[in-house]
Design a protein around this ligand. Structure first.
Ligand code: IVH
Length: 676
């Protein structure tokens, strides 16, 4: 019995669709269909292939993970060696590089450089023959690497088959495999929750994931790739310049960095460096510098190589994200929800431009696993605004006789028993609001900028007020404080006391979403608070909701629904809410009315560049009007709001024909819906 022609036809059509959606998703960063629809197509293809195995081909999107675990990786000899880059650690070294380039080329005019991020992952060589991925190899020692083809096939942004086009018969592209920050943090968070080993940084995570003998493990890790060079080719050159050659890749389905620019001379390089250094922590993946490459391939050829690196390229490094220092003490901190975490007190050390004196140690299991002891020399890592972390100790620097760290059995703040959370890793103080630490944290959260935004109510002041027994709940802020009481406190003049009272008064007028966030319900962050406010429109409805109706809210799963339900059924919480409302906390219910009736309902906006107000503030204003504010430009974006120094998002909006608004345009839009 032969294969029915309809089946073969459907299989072909499904593959073409899936490849195209993948390309839009991973290369163009422009998803065409919802994930659920994509999964449905893939599943249909899997079912058909299972029924008609003769239709399976190696490049089918179902074949990314198929192979069995390996015993060991095979060695691969690189046809063209994979070299490394020389570094410039400051502006002067970059100027020296540029001077050497011009002297060798004997040109006085500024050189055109291709500038792009130096990705912090690991280098890979992909070999395509007749458009099919036949081999993926790590760099190894530059001459010989390891065959990791099975694993690389599981990375969704790497095409198994090049898209239609004029690719050369043999095409070796080189690039970096990396783990985007969000995926890295998610991976570590879940490892911490399960009490499993975490990765020290995204680079290690990418390397560790790629060097798995079992490709099914690699397939579960969120890896990505950008291409930045070539190896063996069956043609001489693909173009006259590096940037033009790299520019061909996306058409063939190969991803390249959206940050690639051509810049003029060393001043152009420096300008690019400064600009990207500012955005370094917002890219979504880690970079440790900028690579500048002479763009003209003829000039590259005449410059040639010195031993291990090209004379036509240099890596201008950023300040490192990891430094070492001494661990002076481990203190135990009690958070708002009672979770108890060990915190490292450190000898001050500058990490990527910021002085670090404290770092998180996550939880007791993690301290034990890494065997971190007071007196150790430790490696500290800082990634953007994230709390610095202790990643490991340097055992060779350990003085003798350091003692192992032990968690206390009772809360250091209130003496209550510490109990293990449901799945065992998190220790929690059982004191609840009896515990002054939890009370303090609950009030600080309530007053914080994204909650009720009470200006002038600093952490120290809250500590004092709770310790002196002046206040116990957020409601007490409005009923127990007055200028007389406040000016009697340490470091509190009459003027600041009056200002704080005015700020308290001002904070009473708020939004339902802010109020819900301020309550500090477990697992209810800003996004969930927003979704709840949108869905219910008023507090009474939400307080009455059972878990089933809570599950109908986008962003709310069973665990969160349970937390919300339990919170509103605690007598104590209901009393605080009533007290807050009688103290005059108010919001406009209609502001949170159903999304579809709002003036910007159904509109998607993206914010980019430097704007005159904080992005979070604009975002909140737009969301309150029913708009969706997204992080990346796609075919579904209605407006891109572009401030100064807008970069790749602006280019992309141009390509996709998305309307671009400057700040004036945004104000006009807001005026037109009556909210400027
Ligand atoms: S070009 C012959 N471009 O840095 C030049 N390398 O120290 C080959 N890297 O092994 C490299 N981002 O792993 C180049 N945009 C980029 C890069 C980059 C990261 C890594 C790569 C290489 C190392 C060189």
């Amino acid at each position: 019995m032969g294969t029915p022609p309809e089946a073969a036809e459907r299989v072909g059509s499904l593959r073409a669709q899936i490849d195209r959606y993948n390309y839009h998703y991973y290369v163009l960063d422009d998803p065409l269909i919802p994930d659920g629809e994509f999964d449905r197509l893939l599943r249909e293809l899997q079912i058909l292939e299972r029924k008609y195995p003769e239709l399976v081909t190696p490049a089918s999107p179902t074949q990314r993970v198929g192979a069995r675990p390996l015993e060991a990786f095979e060695e691969v000899e690189h046809k063209v060696p994979m070299l490394s880059l020389d570094n410039a650690l400051n502006d002067r070294e970059l100027e020296d590089f540029d001077r050497r380039v011009r002297e060798r080329l004997e040109v006085a005019a500024p050189i055109i450089y291709a500038a792009e991020p130096k990705l912090d992952g690991l280098a890979i060589n992909l070999r395509y023959e007749s458009g099919m991925l036949v081999q993926a190899a790590t760099r190894g020692d530059g001459e010989h690497g390891e065959d990791v083809t099975q694993n690389v096939r599981t990375i969704p942004s790497v095409p198994l088959q090049l898209l239609d086009g004029d690719w050369p018969e043999v095409l070796e592209v080189r690039g970096e495999i990396f783990m985007p920050t969000a995926g890295f943090e998610k991976f570590n968070r879940s490892a911490l929750e399960k009490g499993e080993k975490t990765f020290a940084n995204p680079r290690n995570a990418a390397a560790g994931s790629l060097r798995q003998l079992d490709p099914r493990i690699t397939a579960q890790r969120p890896l990505a790739m950008f291409c930045y060079g070539f190896g063996d080719l069956s043609v001489a050159d693909l173009a006259v310049t590096y940037s033009a050659a790299i520019g061909l890749l996306p058409r063939w389905g190969l991803p390249v960095s959206p940050e690639l620019r051509r810049v003029e001379g060393v001043t152009g390089c420096q300008h690019y460096y400064r600009e990207l250094e500012k955005r370094r922590f917002q890219l979504g993946y880690e970079i440790d510098g900028i690579v500048f490459k002479v763009d003209d391939l003829g000039q590259q050829r005449s410059l040639g190589f010195v031993t291990r690196h090209p004379r036509w390229a240099i890596a201008r490094k950023f300040p490192p994200q990891e430094e070492m220092t001494r661990l002076l003490a481990i203190e135990v901190q009690v958070g708002r929800t009672g979770a108890v975490t060990p915190v490292a007190r450190l000898e001050p050390v500058n990490v990527a431009g910021v002085t670090v004196t404290n770092a998180t140690l996550h939880n007791a299991d993690e301290v034990r696993r890494k065997d971190i002891r007071v007196g150790d020399t430790v490696v500290i890592r800082r990634a953007g605004d994230v709390i610095p972390q202790v990643v490991r100790v340097l055992p060779e620097r350990r003085p003798p006789d350091l003692i192992e760290f032990r968690m206390p059995s009772h809360c250091p703040e209130c003496g209550s028993d510490l109990i293990r959370d449901g799945d065992g890793v998190v220790l929690r103080c059982s004191g609840g609001l009896y515990c002054p630490a939890q009370r303090k944290e609950a009030i600080k959260h309530f007053a914080s900028r994204r909650a009720l935004d009470i200006e002038g109510l600093g952490d120290r002041l809250v500590d004092q007020l709770v310790e002196k027994g002046v206040i116990e709940t957020p409601a007490d802020l409005f009923t127990k404080l007055n200028p007389a009481i406040l000016s009697g406190l340490e470091r509190m003049g009459e003027k600041s006391a009056r200002n704080l009272c005015a700020a308290l008064e001002k904070s009473k007028e708020t939004t339902l979403a802010r109020f819900l966030y301020a309550l500090g319900i477990r697992e209810v962050g800003e996004t969930t608070a927003h979704a709840l406010a949108q869905h219910f429109g008023n507090l009474a409805g939400l307080m009455k909701a059972d878990t089933e109706s809570l599950l109908a809210v986008p962003d709310v799963g069973p665990v969160v629904a349970e937390h919300i339900h339990a919170f509103f059924h605690q007598m104590h919480n209901r009393e605080v809410i009533t007290a807050l409302q009688s103290a005059g906390i108010r919001w406009n219910d209609t502001q949170a009315a159903r999304a579809e009736q709002q003036p910007l309902a159904g509109k998607t906006l993206v914010l980019t560049g430097t704007l005159s107000r904080p992005r979070a503030e604009i975002k909140e204003q737009l969301q309150a009007l029913g708009a969706k504010v997204s992080g990346s430009v796609s075919g579904k974006t209605d407006y891109l709001v572009a401030g100064e120094d807008a970069g790749s998002k602006l280019d992309k909006a141009g390509k996709l024909g998305v309307a671009v608004l400057d700040e004036k345009g945004l104000e006009k839009l807001l005026q037109s819906v009556g909210h400027a």
